[in-house]
Design a protein around this ligand. Structure first.
Ligand code: NDP
Length: 276
């Protein structure tokens, strides 16, 4: 498994697993647990969840999937912006730990920026880290100006910015990704297959057929090409997980990259960061 090095020197898998919309439907639970466990067996041991997902149901599902193998997992969860204060963050974290059935979160993220000053969130994150409740902290959906402010208010130890990035959302290539790369701050690409919409793209499907791959694999190979990038596709079945895991083995030719640039042109100017 390709690895990405965090600012602390620790390595995590470049291909992880997302869990939004999982754990919400009893009828799908067995398949979802099998999907997550299959991913773990394939080395996709970084699992992303959030207190928001299913109002805690996703964290509970993840807790069940990793029971008995916690030490091999790199667990990522996120707090609502309104919980990112000095008083509320420890309480939100304690609730997440309870649902996840563990004593620590490996990477705890601010889900998006809200009304709490970034300096206060940094302080609250660092306090949780000192206590051992979390091992690293980071942010999500922060654009370049917010990231610059974060670093100015003492957030240099931010471990990642988790952002919307895929073939149809190439805006961050213009300025945010180079800024993160320069600081050796890993980026986490969420919705790497655009929540499934990319898989219905005719041009992508045609290229995939020509390469003997699937559209999902090409879309994942595209984001995973970047150094320091972690992709977290969500898949609700072991078959989809297995297909996605193969993306790391796909070797695209220069003409394939050129074709992708033709179908999904790179940005030519700065634009606000999209979020889902
Ligand atoms: P994704 O781009 O990962 O797409 C998920 C969808 O694609 C699902 O419907 C899934 O279907 C389908 N899919 C995945 N792999 C395949 C495949 N090989 N073949 C066919 N269909 C496939 O979207 P998400 O929005 O879920 O993003 C991934 C993760 O990123 C989230 O789950 C969450 O953890 C995180 N996220 C973070 C956000 C933030 O604000 N920080 C916002 C959005 C997402 P099926 O379930 O049937 O496999």
């Amino acid at each position: 498994m390709k690895q990405v090095v965090l600012p602390t020197g620790e390595s995590v898998p470049a291909l992880g697993q997302g869990t939004w919309m999982m754990g919400e439907d009893r009828a799908r639970r067995t398949d979802e647990l099998a999907a997550l466990r299959h991913g773990i067996e394939r080395g996709m041991t970084l699992i992303d969840t959030a207190e928001m997902y299913g109002d805690g149901a996703s964290e509970e599902l993840v807790g069940e999937a990793i029971a008995g193998r916690r030490d091999s997992i790199f667990l990522v969860s996120k707090a609502y912006p309104q919980n990112a204060s000095r008083q509320r963050l420890p309480l939100a974290c304690a609730r997440s730990l309870q649902r996840l059935g563990t004593d620590r979160i490996d990477l705890y993220l601010l889900h998006w920026r809200g009304g709490v000053p970034l300096a206060e969130t940094v302080e609250a994150m660092e306090a949780l880290r000192a206590e051992g409740k979390i091992r690293h902290w980071g942010v999500s959906n922060l654009d370049l100006d917010d990231m610059q402010e974060l670093v100015e208010v003492g957030g240099e130890s931010c471990a990642t910015d988790q952002i919307l990035y895929n073939l149809t959302r190439r805006g961050p290539e213009f300025d945010l990704l180079p800024w993160l790369e320069e600081r050796k701050m890993p980026v986490m690409a969420y919705s790497p297959v655009e929540q499934g919409r990319l898989l219905r793209h005719q041009g992508l499907a045609a290229l995939a057929a020509e390469r003997g791959a699937t559209a999902a694999q090409i879309a994942l190979a595209f984001v995973l090409r970047r150094e320091g990038l972690i992709a977290i596709p969500k898949a609700g079945s072991a078959a989809h997980v297995a297909e996605n895991a193969e993306a790391l083995r796909l070797e695209l030719r220069p003409e394939d990259w050129a074709e992708l640039d033709r179908i999904f042109p790179p940005p030519t100017r700065s634009a606000p960061l999209d979020m889902l």
